[in-house]
Design a protein around this ligand. Structure first.
Ligand code: BGC
Length: 337
């Protein structure tokens, strides 16, 4: 190569590394993004706000309260399917979009990062084929709408893929959704977790596209189920047996740590940051055990540099008592001492 051409090439490489490395330099690093999420909580999944603002339980002031309590992010649980019009290319209803916009705007205004979590896991698990069009149409619309949103807005492709969404099918579906998202959002951070309800033991089955580095992997943790789901009507084997304690014995701690250590090994091997996107103990468990467990979970996750999002603000597992307008102080202090 002639010396002058070599000089030119070196100059271009020096000045415009993004041209050669696929724009990586301008992209928000997934690990940095995960540090922004840091401590979060799941919100408004089951709030009447999606039907009308008048019936909303979650109000603007709650974003501020979350920030004051030192939370860093909210994971907004979205159930959009019944708000999409089959006769209009699956367009999302204007009210639904207004609520979403309201939530994103207020979260950002209060310096909370936002995870937009598609929470249609039951509908999709029951009928993967029948819901696929809705799934892809949803991401097409949402990605286009928020393509200019700040980096603190993060997309989560699907909460807890399960049942009919087998690991194999999930690897196919999530790649298709991701490809749609990447058309309009080349630099958006995207959260993706394994099939089997984002189970911590199933990370190995998740086949993320190797060259897409702006992905945060997510897992959920509710073990041991007989403790965290005691008295919960939808959790068949555990719904009738309450009074199960979590004493924080060496054995109990070790069980959790061995699961976390395996997930951390996966994270290191694949160089992917981890978000513990859901964990919690149902309201029927004794408070001492709940707080002991929750504190152990958040401290252990933070030691590994994972971000986390508590399940959930209102409805059940409650962190904030909206009816009496006050925090569940025990839970709050256990999460963020
Ligand atoms: C579901 C909730 C459930 C929670 C704990 C979430 O992913 O959406 O309905 O309460 O997991 O079981």
């Amino acid at each position: 190569m002639k010396a002058s051409r070599k000089l030119l090439l070196t100059g271009i490489l020096f000045l415009f590394p993004a041209l050669f490395f696929g724009g990586c330099e301008s992209m928000d690093d997934a690990f940095d993004q995960n540090r922004k999420i840091r401590r979060g909580v799941n919100i408004i999944g089951y709030d009447q706000i999606w039907s009308s603002f008048e019936q909303a339980r979650f109000k603007e002031k709650h974003f501020k309260l979350l920030k004051q309590a030192r939370f860093d992010s909210v994971r907004i649980n979205l159930h959009p399917f019944k708000h999409m019009d089959k006769n209009k290319n699956f367009a999302l209803s204007s009210h639904w979009l207004e609520v979403l916009d309201w939530a994103i705007t207020n979260a950002l205004k209060n310096n909370l990062a936002v995870i937009l979590d598609l929470h249609e896991f039951n509908a999709m698990g029951d009928d993967p084929k029948g819901t696929k069009k809705l799934f892809l149409a949803f991401w097409n619309q949402l990605a286009e709408l928020y393509k200019d949103a700040p980096a603190e807005v993060i997309f989560e492709i699907l909460n807890e893929p399960c049942r009919g969404i087998t690991p194999k099918l999930w690897n196919d579906y999530m790649r298709q959704a991701l490809a749609i998202i990447r058309q309009s959002n080349p630099n958006r951070t995207v959260v993706i977790g394994p099939a089997h309800w984002n189970g911590i033991d199933h990370l190995d089955e998740l086949k993320l596209p190797r060259n897409d580095r702006n992905i945060i992997a997510t897992i959920h943790y509710y073990k041991p189920m007989n403790f965290t789901h005691q008295g919960a009507s939808w959790a068949e084997p555990y719904k009738d047996k309450i009074g199960i304690k979590w004493l924080g014995t060496d054995k109990e701690k070790q069980n959790i740590l061995s699961d976390f250590t395996k997930a951390q090994a996966w994270s290191k091997k694949h160089k992917r940051p981890l978000l513990l996107g859901e964990f919690g103990v149902f309201d029927k468990a004794q408070m001492d055990s709940r707080t002991r467990y929750l504190n152990f979970i958040t401290q252990s996750a933070e030691r590994y540099g994972w971000s986390w999002a508590y399940w959930q603000f209102d409805n059940d597992f409650i962190l904030y008592d909206i009816d009496n307008d006050k925090w569940n102080q025990h839970i709050r202090d256990a999460l963020i001492p």
